[in-house]
Design a protein around this ligand. Structure first.
Ligand SMILES: [Ca+2]
Ligand SMILES: [Ca+2]
Ligand SMILES: [Ca+2]
Length: 205
């Protein structure tokens, strides 16, 4: 009984820190026209592409799918974008990995966070390197909670696509619900201690 009580308190305490972290890896997915495939899900994250630019591919990799622009001859158009949401609740954008295709001039994308259609912050991904196959990491410049992350083509390069992978999001669990769970655990703990005290006192001769 005591073990389960401690477990309950531990879960209540850890919930705000670890419950809903998500890294979108696109694993085991190969979709040429992502915009035609509709809403995709990975864990508790949903995403949907608008416009021809985006594709999921594992080309030049063994078993590591990634999100890319302009694969299979589809040319990106300014404004093409892909939107990410997390089960209808608030979340934070942490970071993503990016690399270039082997061209000197690759597409630029801008990662934007929105809260109820209001722009919260943005990160420009601009990489032009013919030998930049290895991934770099772009950290978020904004930490406020959002309910939509949108990655948009903001410059069409001359022949080269950009690769994106490991998009890390973390759920922004509301503090009151986490605290109330922790508080409930504390109350139960206190109640158990009091019962024990009463029991031991009533056993006294
Ligand atoms: Ca991947
Ligand atoms: Ca394509
Ligand atoms: Ca560029």
């Amino acid at each position: 009984m005591r073990v389960s009580l401690y477990l309950f308190m531990f879960v209540g305490f850890m919930l705000p820190f670890s419950a809903f972290a998500s890294v979108i890896t696109f694993e085991n997915k190969v979709i040429d026209r992502l915009d035609l495939a509709g809403v995709q899900t990975e864990g508790d994250v949903s995403y949907q592409a608008f416009g021809e630019a985006f594709e999921l591919t594992d080309r030049n990799q063994v078993s590591n799918s990634f999100l890319a622009t302009r694969f299979n001859l589809e040319n990106p158009v300014l404004g093409d974008h892909i939107d990410f949401t997390m089960s209808g609740h608030l979340f934070k954008f942490v970071q993503l990995d990016f690399a270039s295709s082997p061209f000197n001039d690759t597409d630029d994308v801008t990662v934007r966070g929105f809260l109820n259609d209001t722009l919260v912050g943005e990160v420009l991904i601009d990489l032009d390197s013919p030998d930049r196959f290895e991934y770099l990491t772009a950290l978020s410049t904004f930490s406020s909670p959002i309910n939509l992350l949108s990655i948009e083509i903001t410059r069409v390069g001359n022949g080269g696509g950009i690769r994106l992978d490991n998009i890390e999001l973390i759920s922004a669990v509301s503090l009151p619900s986490s605290l109330s769970m922790f508080g409930l655990g504390m109350l139960l703990f206190a109640a158990r201690k009091r019962d024990k005290l009463v029991n031991s006192m009533t056993k006294e001769p």
